[in-house]
Every structure is written in C-alpha cells, then in structure tokens.
Design a protein around this ligand. Structure first.
Ligand SMILES: *Cc1c(COP(=O)(O)O)cnc(C)c1O
Length: 384
C-alpha cells in the first residue's frame, strides 16, 4: 500500500507511517505480508481454533517443506534459540520445565566459540543457561571444543552466518566433536532462508536444531520456526506456551506466546517463499533501481548506480536490490532531507559519502514519490 494512502489508524495514534528504504529491520516493522496471506488471515483472525492443534499441524507442514524430521513455529528466531536451549536443558521433563530459568539439577551451560560471540548469544541465557566460551579471538581447535564438553553442557550454539569465520570450527567439525560428547548443536540460521535450497542443509550437516526468522522470508515480524531432530523437537513442544493454563505444567515458554494469525502467516509466508519465482523478484528490484538511477541522471554531482545491500549490511555488486548514490559531502544533508520530510523516507546512511536505498521494502507504488523527493533533496543540497 502506498504510504500516502494511509492516513487513518497511524495518524490517530500519533505515529507517522514511513517509507522504509533500509530493508528488513525489526525496528522498522520487519516485512510486509503478501495480499494473499493478508486475505487468509481474515478467516483466521475471526475464527477460533485449538492452538495446540494449530502448532502441531503447522509444525508438521514446516518439517515436510524443509525436509526436516520435525519442526515448530515459534515467535521469531530469538525465541527459537531460547526455546531450543530450554528443550536441550530439560529434555521436556515437566519438573525441570517448571523450574526454569533455575537450572539446578540439569545441564545449564551453552557452549559457544569465542569468535562466534554475537548479538543473539544472550537469547540462550534467557532460558537460564550460562555461556561458556571456547577458543579465543584467533579461533578454536577441536581439542578445545572437546575439552569444553563436560556433563554441565546442554548444547552448543552455532550462528550459521558466522560459519568459518577467523579460525573457527565449521558446523561439520563442531557436529563431529559434539556427537562424541552427545551434545546437541543449536544453529541460528535466522536469515539463511535464501537461496531456498539452503534451508535443509543445516540439518543435513548434522545440526540438531536450526532456528529461522520469518521476517526474512516476508513473514510476520514476530514469527519464525525451529527445525530439529525428533527428540529435541518433542522436548521443545513441552516447553513452549501451549497448555500453560489447560495442562499441569507451568511451562517456561509462556512468555513466548503467539497469536494464531502469526502462526498461520509464518507457514503461508514460508510456502510462498519456497515456490516464489526468485529470479523474477530480483529482476524486478533491478528494473526499479534502474528506473530510479535514470531519473536522477541529470542531477549534478551525483553518481547513481545499482548494488546489493546484503542482510549482513555489506554492499556487493549484484544481484541488485538497492540504489547507490555517491554524494560526497552532501550525503548527510540528502539523508536528513529524506528523513525529515513527510512521509519520512528512511535510507541507509552508514557508508561515508553515500546513501543507499534498498527497494525490497519500498512499495513499488511509492517509487515515484521516492524519486521526486530525491530530486528535491538533491536540488536543495546543491544550492548550498
Ligand atoms: C533477526 C535475527 C535474529 C532474531 O530473529 P527474530 O525472528 O527477530 O527473533 C537472530 N539471529 C540473526 C542472525 C538475525 O539476523
């Protein structure tokens, strides 16, 4: 929906709708659901169902789609890490599940390689685990990993996007050492759902559970799923929010509750993602970026081109999803002009002298608005 056609609810709430030219960010709302998913949610949002049945059935469907032994929809990859950790610490035993985050009487340590320290490590601690780092800034050896795996260890956390970084042990190597110590490996593959062929590879490499975030496959901002070995996922089912009131166990996962629309939207978005013509999706981005570049061709002192702004925030040549403007000293002024106008257009200004506008999250019907505002901003900044 074009931003200018939205005047109702946000306005009443004192919230300014914005044009997101940054890409998929939780702080900017994640993704936009497709029209067919929004239509399906109309039915789901007005009709009750058993949440246990919904999670069991959708989990089974996710497992089939991703060629995994079992799966569960969860409220995001962060929650997935917390719940998978809880599953590995308790094995789903009711008295232990109730006791969390106190870890007395169960293995309460999650092992992670020092070079894998990252933003979401703390999600494992939410279940009560403490983190044991192995190796140092220069990497980890298999001997160090093997030494770290004593009886207190519940799981190893392996962020898949950091696989192979700086002398670290790769997933396959970690799995080898972990198997000897009978320790499950929890993998964070939050944004590794593209290319889609990649989704099943982590389980095939020997991971025991793998967490994905739905925001990256155009699903709900608070959706995600965990793939896993049958027994790990059985335990995860015992710790999530279901049956907190109707069952006998006060489950750890109650605070990780989901609405039925989130569960359904996560599954439908995954189905669409797996069958989507991704070549056409990229071709469309490139075409739109080309059009924007051409529309700015006559602006003085500006070099406009296409590039890709990656999910780990790097710029690479292709396939293209973003307009790259080399602006030199004018970059902060143009960025501010876009951001302070109405509607606000938020672009990526983390690269010195440049402004990046990722079109993945710009509604195509807002392209003209963006071009017009860019032309205005360029004219204004060149005059000063
Ligand atoms: C976004 C992200 C997460 C968290 O996913 P949510 O679904 O937002 O909870 C975890 N790990 C990585 C690498 C991410 O990019």
């Amino acid at each position: 929906m074009t931003v200018s056609s939205l005047a109702g609810t946000y306005e009443r709430l004192g919230v300014a709708p914005l044009v997101n030219a940054c890409g998929i960010y939780t702080d900017l709302g994640g993704s936009v659901l497709s029209p067919s998913i929004r239509a399906a949610l109309e039915e789901v949002s007005t009709t009750y169902c058993s949440m246990t049945e919904l999670l069991d059935q959708t989990g089974q469907r996710v497992a089939e789609l991703c060629d995994a032994p079992a799966a569960r929809i969860v409220p995001g990859a962060s929650a997935g890490i917390a719940l998978a950790t809880a599953a590995c610490m308790t094995h789903g035993r009711p008295e232990l599940v109730e006791q969390l985050p106190a870890t007395t009487g169960m293995p309460g340590v999650v092992v992670q390689q020092r070079v894998h320290r990252y933003k979401y490590t703390r999600c494992a601690r939410l279940a009560g685990a403490t983190i044991r780092e192995v190796g140092d800034e220069t990497g980890t050896s298999t001997a160090q990993m093997a030494d770290a795996l004593d009886d207190d260890v519940a799981a190893i956390l392996h962020p898949a996007h950091l696989d192979g970084r700086d002398g670290s042990l790769r997933l396959e190597e970690v799995v080898g050492v972990a198997a000897e110590g009978h320790v499950p490996v929890i993998t964070d593959a939050a944004y590794l759902s593209y290319p889609v062929e990649r989704i099943p590879t982590f389980m095939r490499s020997g991971a025991d559970s793998v967490c994905f975030s739905a925001k990256y496959f155009h699903g709900p901002n608070a959706g995600g799923f965990v793939l896993g070995r049958e027994d790990v996922m059985d335990a995860l089912k015992q710790v999530d929010f279901t049956r907190y009131e109707s069952g006998d166990v006060r489950r750890f996962g109650r605070a990780y509750k989901m609405d039925r629309t989130t569960v359904v939207a996560t599954l439908l978005a995954l189905e669409e993602w797996l069958t989507m013509d991704h070549a056409a999706r990229w071709a469309d981005y490139e075409q739109r970026v080309d059009r924007m570049s051409r529309a700015l061709a006559d602006a003085e002192g500006v070099e406009a081109s296409g590039c890709q702004f990656t999910l780990d925030e790097r710029l690479i040549p292709e396939p293209v999803n973003a307009l790259r403007l080399r602006l030199g000293e004018r970059a902060p002024g143009v960025s501010a002009s876009l951001a302070l106008g109405r509607p606000s257009i938020v672009a990526v200004d983390d690269f010195a002298g440049e402004l990046i506008l990722c079109v993945e999250t710009i509604d195509p019907s807002d392209d003209e608005l963006v071009i017009g505002r860019l032309r205005d901003a360029l004219r204004d900044t060149s005059a000063t």
